[in-house]
Design a protein around this ligand. Sequence first.
Ligand code: FE2
Length: 446
Amino acid sequence: MLDLLLKNATLPDGRVGMSIAVRGEKIVEVSAGLDAPAHKVVDAQGLLVSPPFVDAHFHMDATLSYGLPRVNQSGTLLEGIALWGELKPLLTQEALMERALTYCDWAVANGLLAIRSHVDVCDPRLLAVEALLEVKRMVAPYLDVQLVAFPQDGVLRGPRGPMQHMDNLKRALSMGVDVVGGIPHFERTDEEGSRSIRLLCELAAEQGKPVDMHCDESDDPLSRHVETLAFETRRLGLQGRVTGSHLTSMHSMDNYYVSKLLPLMAEAQLQVVANPLINITLQGRHDTYPKRRGMTRVPELLAAGINVAFGHDCVMDPWYSLGSGDMLEVAHMGLHVAQMTSQTAMRQCFEAVTVNPARVLGLPGYGLESGCSADFVLLQARDPVEAIRLRATRLKVFRRGKLLAESPAAISQLHLSGRPTQTSLMLPEKKRFYVRQHTDEFLTSP
Ligand code: FE2
């Protein structure tokens, strides 16, 4: 007897009429048309069932603090950092945890079941570290949180000497923070930026931790810390364990230089996180016109065989006033900014908020295969492209075989003479044929 049978599902790879059989917390079979006795049966009615959304880059210590103590007037990264500096002395553990837990509720409602969050370690009290470690423990039954020790003010820029923030960062790791962070472009000089990368990668190698650095988050075409990050990754044998986040300077770099850089990044097996909503908002602020988009070169990185994920980065904080934990909104923006409009590229944008960030986090048991954890989301869409187009409603969210959240289908009642009485904004089945035919050319599985 199965515990759960989800049937008549469409999978992200295009397979239709699929059943997902669950026993306990695991998927035990995925096959077409399977019907077997189960304690609970869910008919997906041909709609898309996806593995959960994953956010590879977030700041849970700052989330939902918008307006505290004031809003960012210039809209720049630098004013955001200054504003966060004004807020830090006012933070309390209770308020931090309350905001983070509220955000985790939003995440679950949106089918977002794993988040890598940076946590600022520059405040010697490590109040945010303590708060987010507690939140991580509290949400563990329903949401995976991975924490990155992030020296927001520069790891070598401590007011009491260059090792002050490094010491805080090491303390955070010893308290249970999972990943070594950094911000080389915000150190005092380029040389100090390179030195910070070397020291932080050496620390990660020593402690067997992954690395995830904010890197080259500027419009400066000569900000090239990602090159150093790739070099140190290889030198220390950290291939596959290092992530470069943002990399927005790559948008403005010379094309010849990028043609040399991409193979170096691939050789080091660097993983990349672009943050479309935030990059398009914060970058290009010093331009008049034309204004640069500021996001890193996503299609070119993918073509070089590099794993690229899209992160949310911020929701209602000193850097960004909007957002709701909806990774389909992130994919929607990424698709537009990178002009990833072919069928293949739009599907890659869906992967950039599901399987690709799962690889960045190294999530065990992720996926819709026998033996994987029974974690999945039923979407009000028939394929990944429609899911992005509609930022589709998450009808049901399952984790370890248990229902965590559900939302009513988005349907508008129409009061028009001679027209249907309702619409869901989904393409009617009979008009879908041409899309399917066109799409099938790109599917890996029939
Ligand atoms: Fe960030």
